[in-house]
Write a protein that binds this ligand. Structure first.
Ligand code: ASP
Length: 320
C-alpha cells in the first residue's frame, strides 16, 4: 500500500486551548482517531480511496461532537438542513446533496447520487425521494440530529441577532460566537492504485435561513478531486469558500502553475481566501501521499495517517 494516506478534518474556527476542557479535548481526539482508523483500515486492506473517505466521514456523521449527521447545527427555524459531496479523482465523477432534512448519512446519499443517478447534485425533497427510491432509510423525525449543545448555539445566535440585525446568520465557527465549535467534516485519501478522493459533509451554519446551501456540495468550492493534481475538502465560512472556489483553486495552481500541494494550499488558504475575508482551512492530498492542512483561523480539528500507520492529530494552532 505504498503511498496510501488519508487526512480528515472536523471543522475549523475559534478553537482555543483556553476554552477546552481536558475531557472535551480527549473526546475530540478519540473521535478524530476513530474516523481516521475507519478510512485507513480500508486503504490497508487494498480498498479504494472512495470507500475510505466515506468510512471516515460516516464515522464523524455518527459522532455528536461534529457538525454533520447527529450533532448538526440548527437552522433559524430550529430544524436541520445538511449538505454533502463526494468527488472521485480518477473519473472526475461527483455526487452531491444539498439541504436534506431527514437523511441519516448525507455523504452516503451523495455517493448514491454519484453511482445511481444521471445527475451530480440533488437538493431538498427531490434528494430525499431519490434516497427512498434507492432503499435508503430516512429518520422518522429531525430530532434524531438534535443535541443540547447545538441548540444553545442557536439560542445564542438568535439573541445576538435581536440586538444587532446585521448579525443575522451566526456561523458555527464565527469568531464572536462564544459557543463556537466547528464541525463540518471531511476526508481526503489516496489509495494503492494512486487514485485520490474527497468527501465533505455538514450541517452548515447555525441560524442559517431556509434553503441556504453552503460550499460543501459545490464542486470546486468545498470539495474537489482530480488525479492530475489533488483531492481537497474545505471547512470555514461557506460564502467565502464558494466565492474563492477554494478547492479548485488549489488544484488549478498545481495544474497550471506547477506549484506543489503545500505551496498551492498555502497560497489559497493563507493569502487568497484570507484576503477575501474568509476564515477556515482545508485538508488536501496528492497522488504521492503528500498532505497539506493549512488553516487561517485559531484552530482546525484535523488528523492524518500514512501508509506505515503513523498518525498525527491536531486541534489548535501549534504554529507558534
Ligand atoms: N463550510 C460550511 C458551510 O458554510 C461550514 C463549516 O465548514 O463549518 O456550510
Amino acid at each position: 500500500m505504498s503511498n496510501c494516506a488519508i487526512a480528515i478534518h472536523g471543522g475549523a474556527g475559534t478553537i482555543l486551548r483556553t476554552s477546552m476542557t481536558p475531557e472535551k479535548e480527549k473526546a475530540y481526539l478519540v473521535g478524530l482517531k476513530e474516523s481516521l482508523t475507519a478510512g485507513y483500515e480500508i486503504l490497508k486492506g487494498g480498498g479504494t480511496s472512495m470507500d475510505a473517505v466515506i468510512a471516515s466521514v460516516v464515522a464523524m456523521e455518527n459522532n455528536p461532537l461534529f457538525n454533520a449527521g447527529v450533532g448538526a447545527v440548527f437552522t433559524h427555524d430550529g430544524g436541520h438542513e445538511q449538505d454533502a459531496c463526494i468527488c472521485d479523482g480518477a473519473t472526475k465523477n461527483v455526487g452531491a446533496v444539498a439541504a436534506v432534512k431527514r437523511v441519516k448519512s448525507p455523504i452516503t446519499l451523495a455517493r448514491l447520487v454519484l453511482e445511481k443517478s444521471p445527475h451530480v447534485l440533488l437538493a431538498g425533497d427531490g434528494a430525499e425521494k431519490f434516497a427512498v427510491a434507492n432503499g435508503m432509510e430516512l429518520v422518522a423525525d429531525q430530532s434524531y440530529f438534535d443535541t443540547d449543545f447545538r441548540r444553545k448555539q442557536l439560542e445564542f445566535a438568535l439573541a445576538k441577532e435581536k440586538k444587532d440585525a446585521t448579525a443575522h446568520t451566526q456561523l458555527d465557527h464565527s469568531d464572536d460566537n462564544e459557543n463556537s465549535k466547528m464541525g463540518t467534516v471531511g476526508a481526503v485519501a489516496v489509495d494503492e492504485y494512486g487514485n485520490v478522493a474527497a468527501a465533505t459533509s455538514t450541517g452548515g451554519m447555525t441560524n442559517k435561513r431556509h434553503g441556504r446551501i453552503g460550499d460543501t456540495p459545490m464542486i470546486g468550492a468545498g470539495t474537489y478531486a482530480d488525479n492530475k493534481t489533488c483531492a481537497v475538502s474545505a471547512t470555514g465560512v461557506g460564502e467565502y469558500i464558494m466565492r474563492g472556489m477554494v478547492s479548485y483553486d488549489i488544484s488549478a495552481l498545481m495544474e497550471y502553475k506547477g506549484l506543489s500541494l503545500s505551496e498551492a494550499a498555502d497560497v489559497v488558504v493563507m493569502e487568497k481566501f484570507f484576503e477575501l475575508g474568509g476564515s477556515g482551512g482545508v485538508i488536501a492530498i496528492d497522488r504521492q501521499g503528500n498532505i497539506a492542512m493549512p488553516f487561517n483561523c485559531k484552530g482546525m480539528y484535523r488528523g492524518s495517517m500514512l501508509a506505515d500507520g503513523t498518525i498525527e492529530l491536531g486541534i489548535f494552532d501549534d504554529r507558534g
